[in-house]
Design a protein around this ligand. Structure first.
Ligand SMILES: [Zn+2]
Length: 346
């Protein structure tokens, strides 16, 4: 039987076709209409429907470049199933280079939203109704918040039997098991039986070639595991599963000298940074509470007491993760046969 067209926001996409659609959103107060642009790639043959989303936080732009490379890939011509690509979910924040919406809300704390709520609630509802509910599985692309950076990592609920193997397949250097925060897309989708994994890597308002390449390759591995693409000759990179993480915060305000990088293995007592005043008096050390690996950190040397400085995941494999992340950096020199040949961003 011939595959049916895929209908999204009132537009039908024929099997074997690709279409860019515009989902209407609340306009600007300048008489300017606003749309969420979405590209649908509807394969000729049956298969799962996967959505990939970026910039739910408007300043987290790495995902936009990941999705651009994904959509330019010649491999998609042979794809089974359907890909819904939404490079910029939070159009408003993307324009103002901000994590938030003009109503100062965080979209990723506003799900499931509603069509009669705040601007953020309405945007969440539009995205959930039109995109998420049309899909079987989702991959949501993020970076750390401004002035922070994350080790490339997948976050997923590993108790989900569908999600767990796919999250491993992605092949990020680490996979953090975590419950999705209240109000997040990941939580709202899971509540409706649609598993979503989050890819977190690098920093806001920045293109990081390593993080982008790990992301693009990871999405291909997931699509292959779902039999949407032919199986790879190369298997995914090994991923280290981490189960608990917590932030080490500043004990006092001051100017921070950071001494450990992303992916660094730390022991109990390792000095990760030193906080001092501008005169170098009254120094205090920021110390690791247990053997861990640094999966996120602040990169701003100016800190207030209580500020989150180092995101540590406890593991006995910290040394292993450190080596693993060093090897991962080599991804920028590897060939990318599945992608359009383009020079790396440096
Ligand atoms: Zn984010």
């Amino acid at each position: 039987m011939k595959r049916q067209p895929f209908v999204l926001a009132g537009t039908a996409v024929a099997p074997g076709a690709r279409a860019t659609l515009e989902i209407p959103l609340a306009g600007l107060y300048t008489h300017t209409p606003i749309y969420m642009p979405v590209q649908v790639v509807h394969g000729r043959r049956e298969g799962p429907v996967v959505f990939v989303s970026g910039a739910i936080h408007g300043d987290e732009i790495n995902g936009v470049e990941i999705i651009r490379r994904l959509l330019r890939s010649p491999l998609l011509k042979r794809m089974n199933g359907t890909l819904i690509a939404v490079p910029i979910v939070n159009i408003y924040g993307f324009h103002s280079r901000s994590r938030y919406l003009p109503d100062r809300r965080d979209l990723n704390r506003s799900f499931p939203g509603s069509d009669s709520g705040s601007l953020a609630a309405r945007l969440a509802d539009t995205f959930l109704s039109n995109v998420v509910r049309a899909a079987d599985i989702g991959i949501d692309l993020h970076t750390a918040a401004i002035y922070r950076e994350n080790l490339p990592q997948i976050r997923a609920d590993l108790t989900d039997p569908i999600l767990a193997p796919l999250a491993r397949t992605f092949g990020a250097p680490v996979l953090l098991h975590s419950a999705a925060p209240e109000g997040s897309l990941r939580r709202a989708a899971a509540d409706e039986g649609i598993p979503v994994m989050v890819y977190e890597a690098s920093e806001a308002l920045y293109f990081d070639e390593v993080a982008i390449r790990v992301g693009v390759r990871g999405i291909f591995h997931v699509l292959r595991a779902l039999d949407m693409l032919p199986r790879a000759k190369r298997s995914p990179r090994h991923t280290v599963v981490l189960r608990t993480s917590s932030w080490v915060r500043a004990e006092n305000s001051g100017i921070l000298r950071i001494l450990v990088g992303l992916g660094a293995a730390v022991e109990q007592g390792t000095v990760m940074g030193v906080i001092s005043d501008p005169f170098g008096e009254g120094e205090s050390q920021v110390v690791a509470p247990a053997a861990s690996v640094v999966i996120g950190r602040s990169n701003l040397p100016l800190v207030f007491e209580g500020e989150a400085l180092f995101h540590l995941a406890r593991t006995r494999q910290a040394e292993h993760v450190e080596e693993h992340f060093e090897v991962t950096q080599g991804i920028v020199d590897e060939p990318t046969p599945d992608l359009v040949d383009e020079p790396p961003i440096v």
